[in-house]
Structure formats: structure tokens, C-alpha cells
Design a protein around this ligand. Structure first.
Ligand SMILES: [Zn+2]
Length: 113
């Protein structure tokens, strides 16, 4: 369950940004969670929901953007949607494939008031 420590990190980051910009409220935070990032988006969202109480993000709109995993097959050059790291090519079953996206975990933006 590293979702809880990630949620804490996100809250700390938001707190630092708010202090840096001299604001007391963050109206919205956007977080990108790739399907292959190893972060369970639902678990992360509920962890964040529990941890934001009494923090700068208490009343913020939390916007989690999920990006699908993308794979590229070396053997047949197919680009395909990758649902897990060990996925083989859906066309020729080659393995392993190159991961081309979906590994992101980052705060995209913070909207302050
Ligand atoms: Zn292939």
C-alpha cells in the first residue's frame, strides 16, 4: 500500500507550492496516474481522500487523470494498449514489448485562488 505515502507526498508538495505562492487555498489539483505506474488509481484516490482532512487540499477538487499503458512490439512494430507490464504483443505474441507510455505518476497542475 504505497498509495498512502504517495498521497502524503502529493499533499506535502501542494503545501510547499501554496507557501511559495503565498496562498491559503488550492481550488484544484490534477494528478496524472499512468496505468503502468504501479499506482492503483482508486486506492490512491481514496488514500488522498482520507489524508487531505485538515490540509491545504481539504476543499480542493481532486482531479485524477489516468493515462493508458502503451506498448510497442519490436517484432511486428504494432502499437497497442498495454494493460500490465508483462503484456505480450496482441498480434504476434512477441515478448517483451517496449513500454511507450502509462508509467507516469505526477502532479500536473495546481490551481490556486
Ligand atoms: Zn507483435
Amino acid at each position: 500500500m504505497h498509495e498512502f505515502s504517495l498521497a502524503e507526498e502529493v499533499i506535502n508538495l501542494a503545501q510547499r507550492e501554496a507557501e511559495k505562492n503565498n496562498v491559503n487555498t488550492i481550488s484544484e489539483i490534477q494528478i496524472e496516474v499512468g496505468d503502468l505506474s504501479g499506482v492503483e488509481a482508486e486506492a490512491f484516490e481514496s488514500a488522498l481522500g482520507l489524508l487531505v482532512k485538515d490540509t491545504i487540499l481539504n476543499n480542493s477538487k481532486i482531479n485524477i487523470i489516468r493515462t493508458p499503458g502503451k506498448g510497442h512490439c519490436n517484432a511486428c512494430n504494432l502499437e497497442f494498449e498495454m494493460h500490465h507490464m508483462q503484456a505480450s504483443c496482441p498480434h504476434c505474441r512477441a515478448f517483451p514489448s517496449i513500454i511507450n507510455g502509462g508509467q507516469e505518476f505526477r502532479v500536473l497542475s495546481l490551481l490556486v485562488e
